[in-house]
Design a protein around this ligand. Structure first.
Ligand SMILES: C[S@@+](CC[C@H](N)C(=O)[O-])C[C@H]1O[C@@H](n2cnc3c(N)ncnc32)[C@H](O)[C@@H]1O
Length: 280
């Protein structure tokens, strides 16, 4: 069922425009903060995902294809899909046709509309994508479609914004709590097999630095480039990097503490779901 309604067009336009504005950098993987988050995600994914050669992986909302290339190094077949045709153009351009990467294919289609045959994939990942479906009905439709395309013994791995309490929504991002994500998936015929926090301190430390930078240097976010060569700003950056490193380290330790109370303090979790025996 196609949902080419206002929210579909709004989401698609948002990401197309981001590519027009930021080019290859449109979905992150650039700033020191994003690099730190990447380390945390890689750590969680490497710990939780065990792939066998030639398995089929679907990366929904693949953006510039960063994670497709990461999976592609693991001797598997990868398909990346994205609602934004401009993102897919970037992903294709950034993915050279080396041996490894020749097994990566991209398709410009929304998750809810993808029509791969039933039970096609061993692993389906959504890495901060479902959180960007701004309409709940479309989000559920996307989840149903993901489950349909998953092989009976396959697994779904999502890393999404998932705080304990609801926070405010943005134009392009909906705040769904950890509990809501679990309900969305388990009511559609899957069971939760793993749940761990991914980031705990790093975003808070980074948020404090952002506030300090704006107030102390009296700049707006867009003006950062103008002062980046001034000595006080260089000293500030040194402190920032010195503190972001330990924050990553502490987050990795926290993500491995098996206490629910600790895990619930994270605002971004990795969830792993498997199909229920009787669901198709
Ligand atoms: C924050 S980016 C994350 C990209 C990538 N997963 C990563 O981690 O680098 C979100 C991506 O989801 C895509 N997206 C949003 N809604 C989608 C939908 N309904 N179907 C497919 N892709 C979607 C956007 O175009 C964008 O590329």
């Amino acid at each position: 069922m196609s949902f080419k309604n206002n929210s579909y067009l709004k989401d698609k336009d948002f990401w197309d425009e981001r590519v027009q504005k930021y080019g290859d950098k449109a979905c992150g993987h650039l700033t020191s903060y994003q690099k730190c988050i990447e380390i945390l995600k890689k750590f969680s994914l490497s710990n939780e995902i065990h792939l066998e050669p030639n398995q089929k992986v679907l990366d929904v909302g693949c953006g510039n294809g960063y994670w497709c290339r990461w999976f592609g190094k693991r001797n598997v077949e990868v398909t990346g899909i994205d609602i934004s045709s401009k993102m897919i153009d970037v992903a294709r351009r950034l993915t050279p046709s080396t041996n490894e990467e020749s097994r990566i294919a991209f398709q410009n289609v929304a998750i809810e509309d993808a029509n791969f045959p039933d039970e096609s994939f061993d692993l389906i990942v959504s890495l901060t994508t479902l959180q960007h479906i701004t309409d709940d009905e479309r989000c559920i439709s996307a989840v149903k479609n993901i489950i349909r395309m998953l092989k009976p013994k396959g697994c779904i791995v999502i890393i999404e914004y998932s705080p304990k309490q609801k926070t405010r929504n943005f134009e392009h991002k909906i705040s769904r709590t950890a509990q809501e994500w679990k309900e969305i998936f388990t009511t559609q015929g899957t069971k939760l097999v793993e749940e761990k926090g991914v980031r705990f301190l790093i975003n808070r430390v980074f948020g404090l630095f952002e506030k300090f930078e704006i107030q102390f240097f009296k700049i707006t976010r867009g003006e950062k480039q103008d002062i980046k060569n001034q000595l006080p700003h260089k000293i500030y950056l040194l402190f920032k990097y010195l503190l972001l490193g330990p924050a990553v380290f502490i987050d990795i330790i926290l993500s491995n503490i098996p206490w629910k109370m600790i895990q619930s303090c994270s605002d971004q979790h990795i969830f792993i779901f498997k199909k229920n025996q009787n669901s198709k």
